[in-house]
Design a protein. Structure first.
Length: 493
């Protein structure tokens, strides 16, 4: 790495650690540590949501999607906005009744403590697997520009993120998110300008892209085997967003940290609008790289943008873009650590032990933060080992993992709000059935390659945006069915 680029990256690392140290002075209880004392402004939460859901996967994979394909990926973001509007209208008010610490506390009063623990466990497993993929993805550009191995990059970045998250808690996470979003958007804009210049200017680049069909935005066809269609984007994207932003504690934690329901709604819906423009930026970066003739077929889609950074960006800007990718990675990584520790502390530890002392829970939360951080590093190393030679974009891998359980989480909330007959045992059975079925659906294409499972081939062709709608439908259907069985009836207490 050139000395100026290295200086930019090191300066960024030092600044984020400084933020953690500064904010750590005010941690007095578990509420301070996990919810920022519920006193964070809507604009900061809005930016934090965008930074958290973006991760290094967006910065790395989405340009590759733009270079290899077209702009139809954006159809998903339209659905993301629709889903957030639905969450703001129907789910958010329930989170602001009483003094809830996590996304799953509200389920305890409706279905009992067992359901709360089950949904929390589902979240913990899903979030752990999905973010382990993200940590692995973020190590790719660091390894390329620093000359390190990917495992070394994973460990270095993981330890730095762990330190400032452990020190500063949720406030450190949010305020570094704001910084990180600014850094990687600036890097993305700079990369777009350079790529367009190398392609002969915007007019030449976009004319060539239009002629090749790479500016296609809408695919109106109805095809459940195609990944990016308008119906799949609107419906699949809406339900995926409803699940991730309405039931996933990673995002709900941010909404609970706002000052009011109104602020939470502004942050949530505003983030949906901003995400559309952000995805458009990184897709256009990929299109510009293609127009410049810098997308050779022998380079995997996930390495196109990192390779462009190393070989074609000027000194200083390359460091800024690398810092931006690390910023995106560390933003999601730190958020995952804090939300995993928060849910494990309140939903599992506190409910099992009966300990509710805020100071004691703060100590437990700090310990669990270190444990989850170490676990994510180990998980990232595992995904690096299994992903070798696989050209599947990591953005698709991460979303596919999340889709295994997102349908069951969203279905649980639908049953809670729309089906009075449903009881805790019904929900437990519905969630277990849904996760089992979705595991088969998500991995059907790989299972079908083995002789006993050839019959799964048609299932394996289902495009991943349909995973959450299918999972939600299964969960709600099974839950309704179980609610009519005599042995499934139970008290909510």
């Amino acid at each position: 790495m050139r000395s100026l680029d290295l200086a930019v990256v090191v300066l960024y690392f030092c600044f984020t650690l400084g933020v953690g140290l500064w904010v750590a002075r005010h941690q007095r209880s578990a509420t301070d540590y996990f919810l920022g004392a519920r006193d964070l402004p809507a604009w900061a939460i809005l930016l934090s949501i965008v930074a958290t859901e973006t991760s290094a996967i967006t910065v790395i994979s989405v340009p590759g999607i733009g270079a290899r394909g077209d702009l139809t990926f954006l159809q998903l973001t339209f659905g993301y906005l629709v889903g957030r509007i639905g969450v703001a209208r129907w789910l958010l008010p329930g989170y602001f009744r009483g003094d809830q610490e996590t996304a799953y506390a509200r389920l305890q009063s409706r279905f009992g403590v067992g359901t709360r623990r089950l949904t929390s466990t589902v979240f913990l497993v899903t979030r752990f697997l999905g973010d382990a993929v993200r940590v692995f993805a973020s190590a790719i550009p660091l390894a390329l520009v620093a000359g390190w191995s990917i495992p070394t990059s994973i460990v270095v970045m993981g330890i730095i993120t762990m330190v400032y998250t452990w020190l500063g808690g949720f406030k450190a996470v949010v305020w570094t998110d704001v910084l990180q979003l600014s850094v990687y958007l600036a890097g993305g804009i700079g990369a777009l300008r350079v790529a367009l210049s190398l392609a002969g200017g915007p007019d030449v680049a976009f004319t060539a892209a239009h002629s090749a069909g790479k500016l296609k935005l809408i695919n109106p066809g109805i095809d459940f085997t195609r990944t990016y269609t308008l119906l799949g984007g609107i419906l699949g994207g809406a339900l995926l967003s409803a699940a991730s932003h309405g039931t996933d504690h990673l995002i709900v934690q941010r909404l609970l940290a706002t000052r009011s329901l109104r602020d939470a709604r502004i942050a949530l819906v505003g983030s949906g609008i901003m995400v559309i423009f952000q995805f458009a930026l990184f897709l256009l970066v990929g299109v510009a790289i293609w127009a410049a003739g810098l997308a050779p077929e022998h380079v995997s889609s996930d390495q196109l943008f990192p390779s462009f950074i190393v070989h074609h960006l000027p000194t200083g800007l390359a460091g800024l873009v690398v810092a931006g990718i690390l910023a995106a990675a560390m933003g999601t990584h730190s958020s995952a650590i804090n939300s995993l520790a928060s849910s494990a502390t309140h939903d599992l530890y506190a409910s099992w032990t009966g300990r509710q002392d805020p100071v004691h829970l703060l100590r437990v939360g700090r310990i669990l933060s270190v444990m989850w951080a170490a676990g994510l590093i180990g998980g990232a190393l595992f995904f690096h080992a299994v992903a070798t030679g696989n050209d599947t974009p990591v953005v698709v891998l991460a979303l596919s993992i999340a889709s295994v359980t997102y349908g069951s989480l969203l279905g649980t909330y639908v049953l809670a709000g729309r089906w009075p007959r449903a009881r805790g045992r019904d929900v437990v059975g519905a969630v277990a059935t849904t996760v089992a079925v979705m595991l088969v659906v998500v991995f059907a294409s790989r299972l079908a390659s083995h002789a006993p499972f050839h019959w799964l081939a048609p299932v394996g062709r289902l495009a991943w945006p349909w995973y959450v709608p299918l999972g939600t439908l299964i969960c709600v259907g099974v839950g309704i069915g179980l609610s009519y069985l005599p042995h499934a009836r139970e008290s909510t207490r």
